[in-house]
Unconditional design. Structure first.
Lengths: 290, 300, 447
């Protein structure tokens, strides 16, 4: 009896695990190896020559890469700072059963999450357009100063963050909502008997019990935002003056426009380590006191 | 036998009732009013870009280039929708996206069910280590892979082919994880009973497991579909002729033709068509989709 | 229940089989249609109308030469180099590619571009301007047929000039600053509503070429004879000072009105087309984009030579050209067929009224051809008020340095210049940083 089942286990696991090994694990190892070599994308891989850590020292000599790394963190942190409170507030609001139309709001919130980010970026490019765009028109209507949005050194990054918040907020709200439904009503009933007010209930019951959902949000958001590429490729190409260059975009440029596969791989590998580090760190931090 | 084993552990949103509702009512209309105002505001913010996209696609070139911007076209025209097909081979792009997305989704579903079943119901040495390795592939950024993947595909002569587009996306750690979570909830007795009846493992999957997987499978189909349909970086790398473009790539090249604001309607029309399949699928299956996400949030 | 499972399986198999068939037909490996027929491909960044023209030219060619099959592949400009980079090692690499001369050294270095066969070299040598041939000559070998040529000049809006009471376009930098001041309008809060002089950002050539045109017109250089940057010169310093003056001291230029998008159009163009920018330095090819945006108002747009700087002796614009090259990794028979086709496409036999088919296609986009006979054949079109000054300036134009890593050089310089334009670094730091990073870059290629 045991043998056919072992066979089955191997047979069932092979396609999934095999594909993941060939198309994810093997390429990562290859990226690590290429990052130690000098190699032009336009020549066969056999013409690669080993240079040790030269690519790493070279990219850390580059202002653009350092700026890209810093920008990537800024983008991530700004997203976290806006999205975490917003998703929590909206989650708490939409959780209230007495509210009519909340399903519609939830659907609307979620809708942008499932459409191509290239389409979102293209549309927002027009919304932000300083001359033909509606945003400045709306601001002018309320007698507010019009903005330069993507054209401004100081605002371009923020404009990209707002775009991302609009696109992905619904996803995080849904996670908060799911976390809220998990909290047993018994806690609230007990608190009501003790005469706790709603603020106390929020801080002593809801938030502590939501910790797991919130930590999940932080991890997922970090992983997702550190990889941002599409809106930058579509909208800013890293400008103005490198204010929106991020690692993935700079890496793409280096590999496919400058043909420097070695340096591009070094950049990719560094960001991979950063993502890995944050993921493990956050999982650890949140796990210990749950 | 029905949902008990799996997703019914999550209460659905519609039925969950918090205790605070009665107090809210007492506090009168102001609180309620503020809440509805917020909801209205959020809805407006969420809808506005869609509105602008749709309306821009219906404008005439003159309206597009007039200042201040026109909020509603005086005589909406669908010309732009016909024009996309002249500018780029949009029809074949739609077809390509459908082929690639369907193939990858089907493959992800199959590989995830198979592997998920083993991880959920089998016991062997090293299973947990293997599972952690599988999970760890979930957090690998796509762009770490494109340079080596590109050269692998090149070596296999798969650049600019359907296989090149699909192959790296045929299995997915998240899918395996999702399936494992659901299958774990299926009682072992059911499987043992089938085994005693002499069913093969393959048969057990299709006769016992799969029929119970509908909600999870629907969620996974949506996830995989949306991911494939929207994917940009890999198609951008591997596709090299307009005939092989996916819809998202076609949108991107459509944009390159907009040498002036007057062509905005064509780009926006492309965006409208490009988002329709995902939107339709989502509106149809959104319950499963949202439950699927909720699931990962709680158990992740 | 079992049905459902097998259904899914069936669906997968079906889809995969479709995919398999399709992918076979889409790769161009099989070349079995008639034994003698040579299959080649032509990669270009042209837009749909020109691709159609090229296809009909190929049809014409097939009447003379039926044994060759030429497939046209068109990609957007922004994806052209990427496509070339990624495809060149593959089996489906294009046989013929239209490339920007700046990419040539790398392609030659990686043995992707093939030198023109000896018997065709005279065809190029005797029919194109010397400067353009020099730019595509590496180690004494010519690497293809030049096609379009572009150069920069000062475009200005005559209507705005009249409003401001300016009679003629500026000839020197002092006049430029002076005119820019008169042409700038601000609202009550000091925000610029109409800028006197516009720059371009977020697009590497758009940033670097106008700046370099001004530098050339101030007698300066970007690279020395040893391929190393010479950004520590007085001429360079004066050029950045001019930018400093226009952007910060006189506030006649608003960098936020300067953004270009990935299709190298966008706000900078919108602002100029809508009369919110009075002067800008741009290349001749944007004529068609301006015409599209402006309609009748395009008549207001005039062209003048680049203003001359204090250390300069004359106006010298940056010029760059494109060429059609042949893949050195293609089969011998394919290479031969490709050169033969290119010879025909660029000769007077293929086009109308003595022009080549190439010349006709380029003029269709409003782009200047570089072949002497093409310029002659299109004389009337090139005589338009917008284009004529460009054509006249061609003899004074200097090519952008054609070096290895040229694309990265442009991008690196762009980033440094933008830092200055957006007020992030001081003038001195900008030049020091630029000198250092360009030196690092160039020393990777030249010892």
């Amino acid at each position: 009896m045991l043998k056919p089942r072992t066979l089955a286990a191997v047979g069932f696991l092979t396609p999934g695990v095999g594909l993941l090994s060939v198309f994810i694990i093997f390429p990562i190892i290859l990226t690590a190896w290429v990052s130690l070599n000098h190699w032009s994308m336009m020549t066969p891989i056999s013409e690669m020559n080993f240079v040790g850590f030269e690519n790493y020292t070279k990219i850390f000599d580059q202002d653009t890469f350092k700026k890209a790394l810093a920008n990537t963190f800024v983008y991530s942190i700004a997203n976290l700072a806006m999205m975490l409170p917003l998703s929590l507030l909206l989650g708490l609001l939409l959780y209230q059963a007495a509210l009519k139309g909340k399903t519609i709001v939830r659907t609307l919130l979620f809708l942008p999450y499932i459409i191509p980010s290239v389409a979102v970026a293209i549309v927002w490019g027009y919304l932000y357009s300083p001359m033909y765009g509606p945003f400045n028109e709306i601001l002018a209507f309320f007698h507010l100063p019009t903005q330069e949005w993507l054209g401004s050194f100081d605002q371009a990054m923020m404009s990209l963050v707002i775009l991302n918040v609009w696109q992905t907020l619904g996803y995080y709200v849904v996670i908060v909502l799911a976390g809220l439904t998990e909290i047993s009503q018994d806690y609230y009933e007990a608190a009501a008997i003790d005469g706790a007010n709603s603020l106390q209930r929020l801080f002593y019951i809801t938030l502590p019990l939501l910790k797991r959902s919130l930590s999940f949000i932080v991890v997922i958001m970090t992983i997702n935002t550190l990889q941002v590429f599409d809106p930058i490729y579509v909208l800013t190409q890293g400008g103005p003056a490198n204010s929106t260059t991020v690692v993935s975009y700079h890496m793409y440029d280096t590999a496919f426009n400058f043909g420097n596969a070695g340096q591009a791989s070094a950049m990719a590998f560094i960001l991979y380590l950063v993502v890995l580090f944050f993921t493990i760190l956050q999982l650890r931090l949140f796990k210990t006191d749950y | 036998m029905d949902k008990q084993g799996n997703i019914s552990t999550e209460p659905s949103f519609q039925t969950a009732l918090p205790s605070s509702t009665k107090r809210v009512e007492k506090r009168g209309y102001i609180g309620g009013f503020v809440k509805y105002l917020i909801m209205l505001l959020i809805s407006l913010v969420m809808v506005f870009p869609f509105y602008w996209m749709a309306v821009s696609s219906l404008k005439t070139p003159v309206e597009l280039s007039s200042l201040p911007p026109v909020w509603w076209p005086s005589s909406p025209t669908f010309e732009s929708f016909a024009k996309i097909f002249d500018v780029v081979p949009f029809g074949s792009s739609l077809m390509n996206s459908i082929i690639v997305t369907t193939a990858a989704t089907a493959s992800i579903l199959l590989t995830s069910i198979l592997a998920g079943y083993v991880f959920a119901k089998y016991h062997f040495r090293g299973k947990n280590v293997l599972f952690v390795i599988v999970l760890s592939t979930m957090m690998v950024p796509q762009f770490v892979l494109i340079v080596p993947l590109y050269h692998m595909m090149n070596g296999l002569h798969l650049v600019n082919t359907f296989f090149g587009l699909i192959l790296p996306n045929m299995a997915n750690a998240f899918g395996i994880f999702l399936m494992k979570q659901f299958i774990e909830g299926i009682p072992d007795d059911l499987i043992e009973a089938a085994r005693l009846d002499g069913a093969s493992e393959w048969k057990i999957i299709w006769k016992v497991i799969v029929p119970l997987l509908k909600p999870a499978a629907s969620a996974l189909i949506l996830f995989a579909f949306v991911y494939q349909w929207n994917n940009f970086l890999w198609p951008l790398t591997i596709v090299q002729t307009p005939e092989m473009n996916t819809v998202v790539l076609a949108l991107n090249s459509l944009r390159s033709y907009t040498t002036s604001v007057e062509y905005t309607n064509v780009v926006m029309a492309g965006a409208v068509i490009g988002i329709l399949p995902s939107v339709a699928l989502f509106l149809w299956l959104q319950k499963f989709f949202i439950e699927g996400i909720a699931m990962t949030g709680i158990k992740g | 229940m079992f049905k459902k499972g097998s259904l899914i399986l069936l669906a997968i198999l079906l889809v995969l089989s479709i995919v398999a068939c399709d992918s076979k037909s889409s790769t161009d490996g099989g070349s079995s249609t008639g034994e003698k027929k040579v299959k080649i491909s032509y990669l270009t960044h042209w837009a749909a109308p020109q691709v159609e023209q090229l296809k009909s030219a190929i049809k014409e060619y097939n009447k003379i030469e039926p044994n060759v099959e030429i497939e046209v592949r068109a990609v957007p400009f922004g994806n052209l180099l990427t496509t070339l980079t990624t495809q060149s090692t593959g089996s489906g690499a294009p046989t013929i590619t239209s490339i920007y001369e700046l990419w040539l050294p790398q392609l030659v270095n990686d043995k992707i571009a093939a030198p023109i066969p000896a018997e065709l070299e005279s065809e190029v040598q005797s029919n194109y301007p010397e400067g353009i041939i020099n730019a595509i000559t590496i180690n004494g070998k010519v690497y293809g047929f030049p096609n379009e040529v572009n150069l920069y000049a000062l475009n200005y809006n005559e209507r705005l000039f009249k409003e401001a009471g300016i009679a003629a376009p500026p000839k020197t930098w002092d006049e430029l600053v002076d005119a820019a001041k008169k042409l700038t309008k601000k609202d009550a809060s000091g925000k610029i509503t109409q800028q006197g002089f516009g720059i371009i950002t977020s697009w590497n050539s758009g940033v670097v070429h106008p700046w370099l045109s001004l530098l050339y017109s101030n007698g300066g250089e970007l690279l020395g004879s040893d391929h190393m940057p010479v950004l520590d010169s007085k001429e360079v310093k004066e050029t950045t000072e001019l930018y400093q003056k226009l952007i910060f001291d006189e506030k006649t230029t608003d960098p936020s009105m300067s953004i270009a998008n990935a299709s190298t159009t966008g706000p900078y163009l919108d602002n100029f087309a809508n009369g919110k920018t009075a002067m800008i330095i741009m290349a001749n090819w944007w004529q068609s984009a301006l015409e599209d945006s402006m309609g009748d108002k395009f008549a207001d747009i005039k062209t003048a030579p680049i203003p001359v700087g204090p250390s300069g002796s004359g106006s010298h614009s940056v010029s760059y050209s494109w060429l059609t090259s042949v893949n050195a990794k293609a089969d011998q028979s394919q290479q031969e067929a490709a050169w033969k086709f290119l010879k025909w496409l660029n000769s007077g036999e293929s086009g109308e009224n003595g022009s080549s088919a190439m010349g006709d296609m380029l003029m269709g986009m409003g782009i200047m051809p570089s072949r002497n006979s093409d310029i002659e054949a299109h004389n009337t079109d090139l005589n338009s008020p917008f284009l004529k000054p460009y054509v006249d300036e061609l003899k004074n134009a200097k090519s952008f340095p054609i070096v290895l890593g040229g694309n990265e050089l442009t991008t690196t310089l762009q980033q440094q210049l933008e830092q200055m334009e957006f007020g992030q670094t001081s003038q001195n730091d900008t030049l020091e940083n630029a000198q250092k990073s360009l030196k690092d870059l160039m020393s990777q290629f030249y010892k």
